[in-house]
Design a protein around this ligand. Structure first.
Ligand SMILES: [Zn+2]
Length: 396
């Protein structure tokens, strides 16, 4: 039975038809996923002949490619470079996206979906990077954009929003208070809530992270994807992308997802350690990793389920470890904001658990290593993203 694409509530099973301005379940306020979207893909060899943007995967994205291409800023296909001193570890340099963070992957698809709905105004909330990405693509699309931020967000991020002519609303209190204010503003008729957390279109953009790795590693994924996690937009996107590759027989198993939280705000790490299915209640402490300081992640249960499905883990790093990691990256020519150093901190501090059982060697008769498969002598086994540019935060 072929089912129409629709929005589906994972908590209570209620379906919502598309197109739809709703951003959470009308019955239980749960998060919605895109269901019944199972497009035909071209042979992946076709991707290589296309321009090096995420629109090379147009068939896999839930928006009409023609209109979406007109709001593209050239996002996607960021470099993959070897990590100095750690053979087999590679860095995906996602801060080279048009607005300086990986969030452009989700934002371009989200804004394209909003444009398709005919939205002329959208509201967003963000600790900074998602707001900047949504504001930039809204500007490109000619859609008015209002962004709610916690007061005290990095000045570089606020300046960027103002450059894109977004209306900036600084909200006293926490990141959650900013989200609540945005949700309230989104109640106004005809306003699209451009939430990178609730709107599933965002995750269909971030899934291209996995597709690009598959191409860059010569038609495979690494054993371990090390990913920062706050609201989980990259964890859930990478998981979705890996599953789509697996469903088409392009990988034979999912990479292990090891998600990294800041020790001062780690509701998912606490839940993972306790074997629970929902994020643990926490009282957040200030952390330099502002981009992942999310006390109540709305998709927390999905994140925990995804990590467990891959045989992964959720680990924590301290602020001291994050700052040391950022300093080391900078000394090696990579200028990132503190949040973007969290995964590198996990590598340096030994927080990444070893792969449980030895990997079986490649079956005999397997094709010889494809171009790009390895960096140096050791095949890439672990990839981590450098998510956000240091230019946004300064502070060295
Ligand atoms: Zn529901």
């Amino acid at each position: 039975v072929t089912q129409e694409p629709r929005l589906h509530c994972a908590r209570c099973d209620l379906d919502h038809p598309l197109p739809e301005l709703a951003w959470r379940c009308a019955r239980c306020s749960g998060v919605l996923d895109l269901a019944g979207f199972d497009p035909a893909w071209p042979d992946p060899s076709a991707w290589a002949a296309r321009p090096a943007t995420l629109w090379r995967y147009a068939e896999a994205l839930p928006v009409p490619a023609g209109r979406a291409a007109r709001i593209s800023l050239g996002e996607g296909m960021t470099p993959l470079v070897p990590a100095a001193g750690h053979p087999g570890v590679a860095l995906k340099v996602d801060y080279l996206a048009p607005t300086g963070s990986f969030k452009d992957r989700g934002a371009v698809v989200l804004v394209a979906a909003a444009a398709e709905l005919g939205a002329c105004r959208m509201v967003a909330d963000s600790s900074g990077n998602a707001g900047a990405a949504i504001a930039a693509y809204a500007a490109r699309a000619g859609i008015g954009c209002e962004v709610f931020l916690p007061a005290g967000t990095s000045p570089g991020k606020v300046a960027q929003l103002r450059a894109y002519r977004a209306e900036v609303r600084e909200v006293a209190g926490t990141r959650q208070d900013a989200a609540d204010a945005a949700a309230l503003a989104a109640e106004a008729p005809g306003v699209y809530y451009a939430s990178h957390v609730y709107q599933p279109a965002f995750l269909h953009g971030t899934k291209t992270y996995a597709f690009e790795l598959w191409e860059q590693l010569g038609g495979r994924l690494p054993e371990t994807l090390l990913l920062p996690v706050g609201n989980g937009t990259l964890v859930l996107g990478a998981y979705l992308g890996a599953r789509e590759l697996a469903a088409r027989g392009l990988v034979d198993r999912l990479p292990r997802i090891v998600a990294v939280q800041a020790a001062g705000c780690a509701p998912l790490a606490a839940a993972f350690a306790a074997g629970r299915d929902e994020p643990e209640p926490v009282t957040p402490e200030p952390t330099v990793a502002e981009g992942i300081a999310i006390a109540r992640p709305a998709r927390g249960a999905q994140i925990l389920a995804a990590v467990r499905d891959t045989g992964g883990a959720v680990v924590t790093v301290s602020d001291g470890q994050v700052l040391e990691a950022r300093a080391e990256l900078g000394a090696g020519g990579l200028y990132v904001e503190p949040t973007a150093a969290a995964c590198w901190a996990a590598v340096r501090s030994g927080a990444v658990p070893p792969v449980p059982s030895p990997e079986s060697p490649a079956p005999s008769g397997a094709p010889s290593e494809a171009r790009g498969r390895s960096h140096g002598d050791v095949p890439v086994h672990t990839v981590l993203p450098l998510c956000g540019s240091g230019l946004k935060s300064g502070g060295y």
